[in-house]
Design a protein around this ligand. Structure first.
Ligand code: G4P
Length: 292
């Protein structure tokens, strides 16, 4: 689903998430493991405030495992509890529950000290569109025996999904807007399928993706398209080589660039020839150092 975000939509989304947050003990902030920086909502810290939080690096099956580990370390260093996840195939779901227990431990200890009866941890998922929120909710719901009833006092039909004995998850995720002020972030969001419309020019997205693979994994690129380009070849040469190899030509015998663009984006988006992480911790830390 493509949503065009206007200021009014953003304000409404923020209000709704803020309302939902009042009902939960902790938040799962869902990110795309290929772009853990670019797939964060720009106001997430202000929205979540000091509510206990777990960062879920989803789609780990499509990200570079070494880079995902670096991101895990990065979040840990910041005092945020991270879990890497593949919601589509149900990998690491148990770690999600454990993480919720960990980040809410203090609160529940406090409640117990006051003599309050133990209850399930209430949680919600937030994230930008297409990071896998519904997939994760469905996955976790499968583990549940039944949905619990409506929450008293809540007019909207929000339901709690029981996940095992310890967790209750709000069945509607909080949907927040993506970053859009930065061209490069836009290209990364498009390349990973977070935005599927024409906010960014698709040819620029394909060039970015192709050059990324050329720089980071040239041998695979050459093998996958049965081409033989060098690491300093200009992108137009790459387009022509791929077009020739795949028979993508128009009537005049010239490269059909539109088809090549579409092919490259589709194949990188679905991790057809490699697992790539486009946001690098090293680059982010460099940026932060420069700003200080
Ligand atoms: P949303 O609620 O946050 O908007 O996202 P949603 O669950 O609809 O997921 C968006 C796409 O991401 C879906 O693909 C979904 O299958 C895929 N996805 C979610 N989690 C993972 C994951 O951990 N790994 C991988 N590889 N994919 C994941 P789709 O193309 O829209 O549909 P389909 O391919 O499932 O048919």
């Amino acid at each position: 689903m493509t949503i065009q975000w206007f200021p009014g939509h953003m304000a409404k989304a923020r209000r709704e998430v803020t309302e939902q947050l009042k009902m939960v003990d902790c938040v799962f902030e869902l990110l795309d493991a290929r772009i853990p920086y670019s797939s964060r909502n720009p106001m997430i810290d202000e929205v979540i405030k000091d509510k206990p939080r777990v960062v879920l690096l989803n789609k780990m099956d499509m990200a570079d495992p070494r880079e995902t580990q670096k991101w895990m370390n990065h979040f840990e260093k910041q005092g945020i509890y991270p879990v890497m996840l593949d919601a589509k195939n149900g990998k690491n779901l148990d770690k999600v529950v454990k993480a919720a227990e960990h980040v809410t431990q203090e609160k529940f200890d406090r409640l117990a000290a006051k003599g309050l009866r133990p209850r399930a941890i209430r949680a919600m998922i937030v994230g930008i569109p297409n990071v896998g929120k519904s997939t994760l909710i469905n996955r976790l719901a499968k583990k549940s025996i039944a949905k619990t009833g409506n929450t008293p006092g809540v007019t909207k039909k929000q339901q709690w999904i029981k996940v095992g004995k310890v967790l209750e998850l709000l069945d509607t995720p909080g949907i927040l807007w993506p970053k859009f002020e930065d061209q490069l972030v836009g290209k990364k969001l498009s390349l990973t399928g977070a935005i599927k419309d024409s906010i960014v020019h698709l040819d620029e997205v394909a060039i970015y993706g192709l050059e990324f693979v050329q720089q980071h994994d040239l041998a695979t690129l050459n093998k996958h398209y049965n081409i033989d380009v060098t690491d300093d070849a200009p992108y137009i040469e790459l387009f022509d080589a791929i077009g020739r190899s795949r028979g993508m030509k128009n009537k005049g015998g010239e490269t059909d660039y539109e088809s090549v663009v579409e092919l490259i984006i589709r194949e990188i988006r679905n991790a057809k020839f490699g697992r790539y992480t486009f946001d690098r911790v090293a680059e982010l830390e460099q940026l932060t150092d420069d700003a200080e």
